[in-house]
Design a protein around this ligand. Structure first.
Ligand code: HPA
Ligand code: ZN
Length: 338
């Protein structure tokens, strides 16, 4: 019988749903706070770790925005991104499509260029340093007005050759995709790829809006689309990818127990689901940990694991030629792990 954990470790994978600010480990948070003289309501590492404990999305977001206040300089964003890429390398993640929240930084007085330059310098070095390729996606914060998203899109203009897409994150319920229809149309006009968090806490109607109004290329999370059979059929027929985040779902009580996670059901329905870490410093694990714990909890088979690895590349924004190289590597690892 295949050793699934060995297979998971050996497989090349892509990560398609990762918020760089959510990779801020408690140790780094303390370090950056000290080097930048930022006052935090925590005195010890234990107090930070104790605060990383949530029962819903908003609880998490409150800590997440507080945490990112320690990020002040290009060097901070570079170091944060590099530490994440090092984890990816350890997990055999070969390609990443990562989010950042520019408004979380410009709102505190940083220039748009500070996070972007720091993040891109680490991402650009990753090909040589770790053999990892990337696409960068900037997210609009959905609890803010659409006007602010337009302003962010304007600030991004000088960087648009290096930013591959836009996303939509933050507090979902009460901030439906329809609120951002115009700014997503403007981003589409500029040739940007479009993704949106939908159906994490929000109802299936939000997934419909993300498809019909925002015209997204990929769905982030999407768990609640399973409540609607017509929507399942539509997402499946369109071959849309879902960037699912099992340990995040457990931490934010989208599922009460990992055994109840719908990953197996999604795959058995033929949906193109992928496994991702979302905010790994806050939710207890990077990509391989998400694979291992989910496989064990819901009983994923060797075939499921191979499908997930393939989906991570076919669901990416890499060209089909680039995808083919990774898919060939997956088949080689599969053959070596019968
Ligand atoms: N959901 C919504 N917004 C977010 C998340 C998430 O999982 N992580 C960071 N911002
Ligand atoms: Zn997310």
């Amino acid at each position: 019988m295949t050793d699934l954990n060995a297979l998971i470790a050996a497989l090349p994978k892509a990560e398609l749903h990762l918020h760089l600010e959510g990779s801020l480990e408690p140790e780094q948070l303390m370090l950056f706070a000290e080097r930048n003289g930022v006052d935090l309501p925590f005195n010890t590492l234990e107090e930070v770790k104790a605060a990383y404990n949530f029962s819903n999305l908003q609880d998490f977001l409150d800590i997440y925005y507080q945490g990112m206040s320690v990020l002040q300089t290009e060097a901070d964003f570079h170091d944060l991104t590099d530490a994440y890429l090092k984890r990816c390398h350890a997990d055999n993640v070969r390609h990443v499509e990562v989010f950042f929240d520019p408004q979380g930084h410009t709102e505190r007085g940083l220039s748009f260029a500070t996070p972007v330059n720091g993040i891109l310098s680490a991402l650009d070095a990753a090909a040589d340093k770790y053999g990892i390729t990337y696409k960068l996606i900037m997210c609009f914060l959905r609890h803010l007005p659409e006007e602010d998203a337009f302003e962010t899109l304007a600030q991004a203009e000088p960087f648009l050759d290096r930013i591959h897409g836009v996303g939509l994150d933050s507090s979902e319920v009460g901030h439906p995709p329809s609120k951002f229809e115009r700014v997503f149309a403007a981003a589409r006009e500029k040739g940007l790829k479009l993704v949106a968090h939908a159906g994490e806490e929000g109802p299936p109607e939000y997934v419909y809006e993300a498809l019909d109004l925002l015209k997204i290329d990929r769905i982030d999370h999407g768990n609640r689309l399973l409540e609607d059979d017509a929507l399942i059929a539509r997402v499946k027929d369109a071959g849309l990818t879902l960037t699912v985040c099992p340990l995040s779902n457990l931490s934010l009580c989208v599922v009460d127990d990992l055994k109840d996670h719908p990953m197996k059901r999604m795959l058995d329905l033929g949906l193109r689901a992928t496994i991702n870490s979302d905010d790994p410093a806050y939710f207890g694990g990077y990509v391989n940990q998400n694979f291992v714990e989910t496989a064990q909890a819901v009983g994923l088979t060797r075939d499921h694991i191979l499908t997930l690895a393939r989906n991570s590349f076919t669901g990416s924004f890499l060209s089909s030629e680039e995808q083919a190289v990774h898919l060939k590597n997956i088949e080689e690892v599969a053959a070596a792990n019968p």
